[in-house]
Design a protein around this ligand. Structure first.
Ligand code: ATP
Length: 478
């Protein structure tokens, strides 16, 4: 529910370009006054599109955008109290700094004295006092970006949109500008909506992070919430490092993965299939006799303030951190505290597809069709001469009856020959699960197939999904 503190509300927003695939899919988001909100996600997930819709440079295909409770979906950009800073600074090279910043104010026909004061104040905020007469070409990248920010804030917007504004800066300058932007946010007290694909940047700067993938919000939370309690394996994998394993609840606050039972703080019914996430800093290395499980170190990589230690426990790989180098081949114990394990139930909607029975008793799904003994799906029904009959021999009409097909991700395999499997598509997601990779393959009809495979493929590979016929479970729907 919207409260008085909400400045921007996106309500059921969808966006497609030229009627093609939805780039943003029924997205809802509230942004509070004065917040530093970061939209974070991999390239192409729709961050810039959201920003452009808030700025008024794109119109939503569906849904509404509210600013202070007023629908602004159709308002042009210059009528919104919003300014944007882009990755490319887009300063006017022929004008000096004063004229660059004053440009919008002159168009608004403000008097010279007011413009002078506002430009001076904007330069103070970006820490470039006295730069009025300098030419654009004499400034460093970081200074130019600060001028671009000064030019945006001189209009005193209620909201500042920042689209990867630090993307073009080198690492050191970027770090410096992160802190400065945060300071400017504090000083101005306005709402900042920031776009980045850099998770470290998002964690450092934001009050609230919106993690996105594929045009959808995966999680909204403070940096701590996103890091400590990721809502799914995508978030855990995208933000920082994570050990991710498949497992099962074995008792109240008890979970089993990597052939070991652990205590955990999350609770789900016994038997629930889960995904367990453990940050490397929560994998404690202890003498083998004191470990909950043991393993053998196979690499120790210096990372500046710690060593990243990779340990094999049977077929499962753990990543841990250590202050000291531990030589490959060392036997170590692994201990994980209950609050170091974050458990989420395995998404049971994975790999369920709805098909319909046709007049030839084939089941047609969006991407594939199968010919199975359809009679088996019904009680007391047999097939005779290509039609289904009940126990009295009466023909029953099954055309159009819906069927759910399901297969476990682990029974499927990937192949690079498109005709090998039931469906072909591109790999859109890879998550490492300790002893295998978990893939999402998206078909050209936009259906997702989850496959666990030992082999490493790449994002974007065109593969087919092979599922043994007897491993697909069919059930009537309704
Ligand atoms: P990046 O970090 O690479 O900028 P992003 O998360 O900001 O990515 P968007 O720029 O919002 O992603 O793009 C989301 C999707 O929409 C992409 O698949 C992109 O190709 C598509 N898209 C964006 N603008 C247009 C457009 N004007 N016409 C057609 N497709 C577009």
């Amino acid at each position: 529910m919207t409260d008085n503190n909400t400045i921007i509300e996106l309500k059921s927003i969808s966006k497609s370009f030229d009627g093609a695939t939805m780039v943003i899919d029924n997205l809802n988001l509230e942004i509070k006054k004065g917040e530093f909100v970061t939209l974070l996600g991999p390239s192409g997930c729709g961050k810039t599109t959201i920003l452009r819709m808030i700025g008024g440079f794109e119109t939503p295909t569906k849904g509404q955008i509210f600013l202070d409770g007023q629908d602004i979906s159709k308002l042009p950009p210059n009528k919104r109290p919003i300014n944007t800073v882009f990755q490319k600074y887009a300063l006017f090279p022929s004008m000096n700094i004063y004229d660059n910043i004053a440009f919008g104010l002159k168009i608004k026909k403000l008097d010279k004295k007011t413009i002078d004061e506002k430009v001076k104040r904007a330069l103070e905020i970006v820490d470039l006092e006295g730069f009025e007469k300098r030419g654009v070409a004499t400034l460093s990248g970081g200074q130019q970006q600060r001028i671009a920010i000064a030019r945006a804030i001189v209009n005193e917007p209620e909201i500042l949109l920042l689209d990867e504004p630090l993307g073009a800066l080198d690492y050191k300058m970027r770090k410096e500008m992160q802190l400065e932007l945060k300071e400017m946010h504090r000083e101005l007290g306005i709402t900042f909506i920031f776009v980045t694909h850099d998770q470290e940047e998002a964690l450092t700067m934001s009050d609230k992070i919106v993690v996105m993938a594929d045009g959808k919000i995966q999680q909204v939370g403070t940096p701590e919430e996103i890091y400590d309690t990721p809502s799914n394996v995508f978030v855990a994998d995208f933000i920082g490092e994570s050990n991710i394993f498949n497992g099962k609840m074995t008792g109240s606050g008890k979970v089993r993965f990597c052939d070991t039972e652990f205590e955990c703080v999350d609770d789900y019914p016994v038997g629930t299939k889960i995904e367990a996430m453990v940050r490397p800093e929560n994998v404690h290395l202890v003498p083998p006799a004191e470990g909950m499980l043991t393993g053998e170190v196979y690499s120790s990589i210096f990372k500046g303030i710690y060593y990243e230690i990779l340990i094999m426990h049977g077929k499962n790989e753990f990543t841990a951190q250590s202050q000291k180098e531990i030589p490959a081949g060392t036997e170590v114990g692994i201990s994980i505290d209950p609050d170091g394990i974050h458990v989420v139930p395995y998404n049971i909607n994975k790999n369920h597809y709805t098909g319909i029975i046709d007049d030839e008793l084939k089941i047609r799904f969006v991407d594939f069709s199968v010919k199975i003994d359809v009679a088996k799906l019904f009680d007391g029904v047999t097939e005779k001469d290509g039609v289904l009959c009940d126990s009295k021999g009466e023909v029953i009409d099954t055309e159009g009856v819906k069927v759910d097909a399901y297969f476990e991700p682990g029974v499927a395999d990937l192949s690079d020959s498109p005709e090998d499997g039931i469906v072909a598509g591109h790999i859109i997601s890879i998550i490492y699960k300790g002893d295998h990779y978990s893939y999402i393959v998206r078909s050209r009809n936009d259906k997702d197939y989850y496959v666990d495979d030992d082999w490493l493929w790449n994002i974007g590979d065109y593969v087919s999904v092979i599922v043994p016929e007897d491993k697909i479970e069919y059930k009537l729907i309704g």
